[in-house]
Design a protein around this ligand. Structure first.
Ligand code: DER
Length: 234
């Protein structure tokens, strides 16, 4: 089984939670795209009816449109029945790091409005402590004064050896989110000590729009591993 197979297996299992007539949050990334494709396939086969998708990125919107999946937005559907999305890291309490694909703001907006948030990962995403691997914890910031915001973010976590970096594209220019904001990536040498206080502190920084820690949001976690698929409800 390749990692791609594991992503697909987890995604297909998540789609079992989608019933006809539901409003479904469509996640972003290489795992969630399999769930989007599966929903579109079941609609085409007539096994699902009257499903409306709320995409969490322009990328997912394009994929869903190409597959003929009916779409809408939070303005028309402020409550979402189920959302399915991947994650970059999952800790033992089902808290997540998301956003390394740059879509964390729209993902968190949609996924904070759903009755059931199904997270789909392959086993490589499981960690003991968020940020322990020294990988990015993304923060979406307004471009105006971004350098000041970056400095403030870095100083918040000076004691835990945090380094903040503006995310740039291959052209060296700042990466732009779907909301035309920038991303500041925070790198923690030994993981994020206290995610609840870190979340509160980050949100208080002027210029911060949202961050990639999804705390107490997951309701169902599906993990596809080489020895099978596990499904756990929080
Ligand atoms: O960027 C994101 O938020 C993605 O959902 C990410 O968390 C998971 O992407 P992957 O399924 O491609 O690893």
């Amino acid at each position: 089984l390749t990692q791609e197979d594991l992503k697909r297996i987890a995604a297909y299992k998540a789609v079992d939670f989608v019933e006809s007539g539901m409003v479904v949050g469509l996640g972003t990334g290489s795992t969630a795209c399999h769930a989007v494709a599966r929903i579109a396939e079941l609609l085409r086969l007539g096994k699902l009816k009257n499903v409306v998708g709320i995409p969490t990125s322009k990328k997912t919107e394009e994929q869903a449109l190409a597959l003929g999946l009916p779409l809408s937005d939070l303005v028309a559907y402020p409550s979402v029945d189920v959302a399915i999305d991947g994650a970059d890291e999952v800790d033992p309490w089902f808290n997540l790091i998301k956003g390394r694909g740059g879509s964390l703001y729209r993902e968190k907006m949609v996924e904070s409005r759903c009755g059931r948030f199904v997270v789909i990962v392959d086993e490589s995403k499981l960690v003991k402590k968020l940020g322990e691997g020294g990988h990015a914890m993304p923060v979406e910031v307004v471009p105006f004064g971004w350098n000041v915001t970056l400095e403030k973010l870095q100083s918040l976590f000076k004691s835990s050896g945090c380094v903040a970096q503006l995310r740039t594209g291959s052209d060296g220019k700042p990466f732009l989110t779907d909301n035309l904001n920038y991303i500041v990536n925070l790198f923690f040498k030994n993981g994020i000590e206290d995610i609840h206080s870190a979340s509160d502190a980050i949100k208080r920084v002027v210029g911060v729009v949202e961050h990639g820690m999804f705390i107490d949001m997951t309701t169902t976690l599906i993990v596809a591993g080489t020895d099978g698929v596990t499904l756990k409800n929080k």
